[in-house]
Design a protein around this ligand. Structure first.
Ligand code: IMP
Ligand code: MG
Length: 182
C-alpha cells in the first residue's frame, strides 16, 4: 500500500491501479499453476467482483480448461452495514456438479456472503470449492471462512472503486479508495 494519495474523487487511495495489476497478475499465475490440467468453473459474484474477475481471468493460462459463470449475491442493499441475510440469484447450476469451482469475490467482510455461496456450491455437488478474493478486511470474526487466494488484507474500513460500490457509486474508479464522509 503506497499511502494516502488522492484523486478527483476526493477519497484517499488505499491501493493504486499498478499495485492491483501486479497482485492480480500473480494471483492468475498461482491459480493457473494450481489448477493445471484440471477443469475449473470460475463463479463470479456480481456486482462487486466484475472488474477483478475480468482482469484476473485474462491472467489465467489459455491451456486451462476454464468456464465462467456469474451469480448475484447481496447482503448490503444500499446500507454500509451488513443486513445479516444473503440472497443468491442466478447461476447455471448444471455447470457445478463434479467440477472444481473457484468463487471470485471482491471483498470478505463478515464472511456471510462467501459462507452462503460455499454451502450452496457444495449442495450442488461441486468436486471442490475454493475462493479467490481481491480483499479481506482485517477483523475478528469467529468462523469466518478462509479464502485460498487473497489479493490484499486491508484494515476494517469501507472501501470503494475497482468494482466496489457505496450505494452503487464509484465502481468505475481504477484504484481502491477509502470512503470518507464529505
Ligand atoms: P460479507 O458477507 O460481510 O463478507 O460482505 C461481503 C460483501 O459485502 C462483498 O461482496 C461486498 O459486496 C460488500 N462489502 C463488504 N465490505 C465492503 C466495502 O468496504 N466496500 C464495498 N462493499 C463491501
Ligand atoms: Mg457489493
Amino acid at each position: 500500500m503506497e499511502g494516502a494519495l488522492s484523486d478527483g474523487s476526493g477519497h484517499p487511495i488505499l491501493l493504486t491501479a499498478s499495485e492491483i495489476a501486479r497482485r492480480v497478475t500473480a494471483l492468475g499465475q498461482e491459480i493457473s499453476k494450481d489448477y493445471s490440467g484440471k477443469e475449473v468453473v470460475f463463479v463470479v459474484t456480481l456486482k462487486g467482483a466484475f472488474v477483478f474477475a475480468s482482469d484476473l481471468l485474462r491472467h489465467i493460462e489459455s491451456t486451462l480448461d476454464a468456464k465462467v459463470d456469474f451469480v448475484q449475491a447481496s447482503s448490503y442493499g444500499n446500507d454500509l452495514v451488513s443486513s445479516g441475510s444473503v440472497r443468491v440469484l442466478g447461476g447455471d447450476t448444471s455447470m457445478i456438479r463434479g467440477r472444481h469451482v473457484l468463487v471470485v469475490e471482491d471483498i470478505i467482510d463478515t464472511g456471510r456472503t462467501i459462507a452462503t455461496l460455499i454451502e450452496r456450491l457444495h449442495g450442488l455437488d461441486a468436486r471442490s470449492v475454493e475462493v479467490v478474493t481481491l480483499l479481506v478486511k482485517d477483523r475478528e470474526v469467529p468462523d469466518r471462512p478462509a479464502a485460498r487466494y487473497v489479493g490484499f488484507h486491508i484494515p476494517d474500513v469501507f472501501v470503494i472503486g475497482y468494482g466496489l460500490d457505496a450505494a452503487q457509486k464509484y465502481r468505475h474508479l481504477p484504484e481502491v479508495h477509502v470512503l470518507t464522509d464529505k
